[in-house]
Design a protein around this ligand. Sequence first.
Ligand SMILES: C[S@@+](CC[C@H](N)C(=O)[O-])C[C@H]1O[C@@H](n2cnc3c(N)ncnc32)[C@H](O)[C@@H]1O
Ligand code: SF4
Ligand code: SF4
Length: 340
Amino acid sequence: MLKNVTSLEVEIFSKCNRKCSWCPNSVVDRFSENNYMSEETYLKFLYDIKKEIDDEDHFKISWSRYNEPFLDIDLLKKRVKQARDIFPNVILECNTNGDVLRKIGKEAFDGLLLDIVMIMDYDCKGVGHGEELFKKCGVKKLTDIDRKDCEIPLGYKKDHILLGTSKNIKLVKYVANWPETQDIQYRGGVLFDYDQKKNKELVSNYGNKGKKLSWHKGPKDYSTRGMMNTTNLNPRRKEPCNDPTTGIFVDHNGSVTPCCNIRSDVDMHKDFILGNINKDSIDNIFNSEKATKFRKTLKDGDWKNYPLPCKYCMSPLSKPFANKSKIKLIKKLRQKGLEE
Ligand SMILES: C[S@@+](CC[C@H](N)C(=O)[O-])C[C@H]1O[C@@H](n2cnc3c(N)ncnc32)[C@H](O)[C@@H]1O
Ligand code: SF4
Ligand code: SF4
């Protein structure tokens, strides 16, 4: 049984076409080659998940980890469709750097059965470009009436977030001017300078090029939201983390990791791999002694025993669309679509 699990993150292949300076991919090679998860592994995994979860209505699958999922758009469509056939009601979502959408527009969305697509404007092309891109992709901006019906605050970050809807993709979110508007997260400490005991100084290599990126500071002191100041190693995290309890995270090579920050191709994360779906069932992996112990340490707030990637991690961050409100929103947008 996968008790308490409400989300799944899975990488169907490894490649990304960018090397953003703020992303762990700036120091781990995801550019030179593309390694795929086999169809057999993928389908067996989804059917195993189906057997083990008890509440499909409150479940979400995401295809973004550290690749660019739209690079092989035909495969993405196929894999999303396979998931949709197995889980008719689950929320299906994906993040993208938008490069493929900018190139082929609407064609990318045709037959792509996702509920949510989040497009990042890493080149700082701005809100106007986002509106153009929406047109090119057949996405209608949400009107104030739509926003009201779906309980999205009218003024919600309107200066840099565009929200739209299209025939099959219920929510398209465009984040304009990403390197200017977003704060950088710790991401398992890959970009931390352990000699200097502070975050590395990073500059943007895309939009706002050459300008310093800002690290997510969190509040000065610990808060109940589990965030902390990561500009130095003191203070350290003393807050519980539920991510390994509520989520399952799978790399293209089948490795299962405890959260979105920990990945199988980062040396300092290797000890935290929980198992591999090519060799074992997800039920065995998730309920293994190793995984159970890890979750317990993090969930109980046993902070003295937090391992290195967790000691200075500030996840979970405040997320604008937490799982519950996301589900509510997509359900409302699906109903609206039916009435049109
Ligand atoms: C790793 S990406 C994968 C999908 C796609 N390639 C993209 O960039 O949207 C998933 C999300 O992580 C974000 N991300 C990567 N490194 C980050 C960091 N250090 N701090 C904050 N967000 C980060 C990206 O902006 C993106 O929204
Ligand atoms: S943020 Fe996305 S586009 Fe940039 S390197 Fe990471 S995975 Fe690739
Ligand atoms: S505290 Fe640890 S388990 Fe939780 S998100 Fe951070 S790195 Fe992952």
